[in-house]
Design a protein around this ligand. Structure first.
Ligand code: ACO
Length: 461
């Protein structure tokens, strides 16, 4: 892991191509490192400057008097290899090569030469053609993305740089955070498998989120995923024939048929996302909640409509509802009016206040029949969404049980949104629509099922 440690958790970083000119990538990377909380040493490298952004600049890494773990490269493609050679001589561990203009534009030989040069000196390469690496846990923004993402427990690995920057910004509006954002671009050297292996041992990452266009070594990817003991969620792009061609010209990798990937992901224990929104929804659940180890899903609601929507979704996403056993129904009836329903979905009715929610959830969560719980709430005139959210959280905490997943959906206005943010901050994934909460818990069920399948022999298609 040493070279990768040098890239992901460096104690010192050189920016090769650091610039005093605002708008240049070498300016943005240096300024991001200085101003966003990175605690290690920073060395600007530029043959024409004495000082950049208040730091002493050096003509070459060879002139830096201290050790350098990572070098972020922001100089044009044609002069990257000599700079890499100097990094090798200096003993730099890892290279973050932002520069474009290699295999993605057909310059495969240049890229091969680059990798060869790095390997001569035992260095590893992230990139080229990337945005960089960002990590909340170390306040490190070694990229030209404008800011660190909303803090969270998952880490994202993206083959698309522009998408990574867009996701970075959208974490704040979606309320789904990440610890690390890692751009891997052309994957000339380090690829998904290497990063996943590293993240599996990263104490700041609980789930691994992937945006994939194609693989260089699919077999190794599968092997590594199978050995990983953190959930992996993947969005695979380029599964249509036109999409595959677009991916080939974007990062130069081979994409392919949806079904082949679907089967391969399942056999590798990887949970798939259907689109970008779904990637966020599933990431939130898999990063915050334990796997759903059985198939008994219970839904508790104060509104019949959202209960029916969630029931349809449960069937659609592979966790169809069953009626709860009689003894469970008996107990639940104590927490609802006469005209409520204790079957599944459990309808506490619009009269349900915090106490009914609390008591029903506390009982259901602890009951051995229940493998996973979805709690739904329709905003009403007589209840306060924040109180309901707090009631849900304390019911789970007071249930005496653990190790089962819960997801929540509040349908309502700003007060509901605020309450859902509170739930997420307290480890409970919450969504604005019932089918999304069900889809999220289905991901936790899929993860548990895929992991069980791993015990069985592989059949490759
Ligand atoms: N060592 C250190 N610094 C050097 C060296 C050297 N050997 N040679 C030149 N420099 C300096 C330059 O003088 C310049 O500094 P200055 O502003 O003080 O003059 C600085 O390094 C940068 O060099 P420039 O020639 O000005 O290069 P420029 O900044 O225009 O472009 C870049 C370099 C950004 C790497 C460009 O070639 C490139 O690849 N751009 C695309 C990058 C990209 O988008 N990557 C992500 C793709 S993913 C996505 O879609 C977002």
């Amino acid at each position: 892991h040493q070279a990768l440690d040098g890239i992901m958790t460096p104690r010192s970083i050189a920016v090769i191509g650091a610039s005093s000119t605002p708008g240049k990538i070498g300016y943005t990377v240096l300024s991001n490192l200085i101003n966003q909380g990175y605690k290690g040493k920073i060395f600007p490298i530029n043959p024409g400057a004495e000082e950049i952004l208040g730091l002493k600049a050096y003509p070459s890494v060879l002139d830096v008097p201290e050790d350098i773990d990572a070098a972020v490269i922001t100089i044009p493609a044609k002069i990257v290899i000599p700079a890499v050679e100097e990094c090798g001589k200096k003993g730099v561990k890892g290279l973050v090569i932002i520069t474009s203009g290699f295999s993605e534009v057909g310059k495969r030989e240049l890229e091969e030469e680059l990798v060869q040069k790095a390997h001569e000196y035992n260095m590893r390469i992230l990139g080229p053609n990337i945005v960089g690496v960002l990590a909340n846990s170390s306040g490190m923004n070694a990229s030209f993305a404008p800011y660190l993402p909303l803090p969270g427990k998952a880490s994202l690995v993206s083959q698309s740089g522009a998408l990574l920057i867009a996701i970075d910004a959208s974490t704040y509006v979606r309320g789904v955070g990440f610890d690390k954002l890692i751009s891997i671009g052309n994957m000339s050297d380090l690829d998904f498998a290497d990063i996943i292996e590293w993240l599996n041992d990263d104490p700041n990452t609980t789930a691994i989120t992937l945006y994939i266009e194609g693989f260089k070594n699919g077999r190794r990817f599968m092997d590594v995923c199978r050995r990983t003991n953190k959930p992996i969620i993947a969005l695979k792009a380029g599964v249509s024939s036109h999409g595959a061609a677009a991916a080939a010209s974007h990062t130069g990798s081979l994409a392919g048929a949806a079904k082949v990937y679907g089967a391969a992901f399942q056999q590798a224990g990887v949970v798939q996302a259907s689109d970008l929104d779904n990637l966020f929804d599933r990431t939130l659940a898999l990063s915050l909640q334990p796997p759903m180890k059985g198939d008994n899903l219970l839904i508790i609601t104060n509104g019949g409509g959202v209960g029916v929507l969630a029931t349809d979704a449960a069937e659609k996403y592979g966790v169809p509802l069953k009626f709860a056993p009689a003894e469970v129904q008996e107990e639940l009836k104590k927490h609802m009016p006469e005209f409520g329903s204790a079957k599944n979905p459990v309808d506490l009715t619009g009269m349900a206040g915090t106490e009914w929610y609390h008591n029903a959830i506390k009982f259901a969560y602890a009951h051995p029949w229940v493998d996973g719980l979805v709690v739904l709430y329709c905003e009403t005139a007589v209840t306060d969404p924040m109180e309901i959210a707090q009631g849900i959280k304390s019911a789970i905490d007071n249930s005496g049980a653990n190790g089962k997943p819960v997801t929540v959906s509040f349908v309502g206005g700003e007060r509901s949104d605020k309450a859902m943010r509170w739930l997420v901050d307290h480890g409970i994934p919450a969504y604005g629509a019932p089918d999304r909460a069900v889809n999220a818990i289905a991901a936790l069920n899929e993860y548990a099922r895929n992991k069980t399948l791993l015990a069985e022999p592989i059949t490759l298609c």
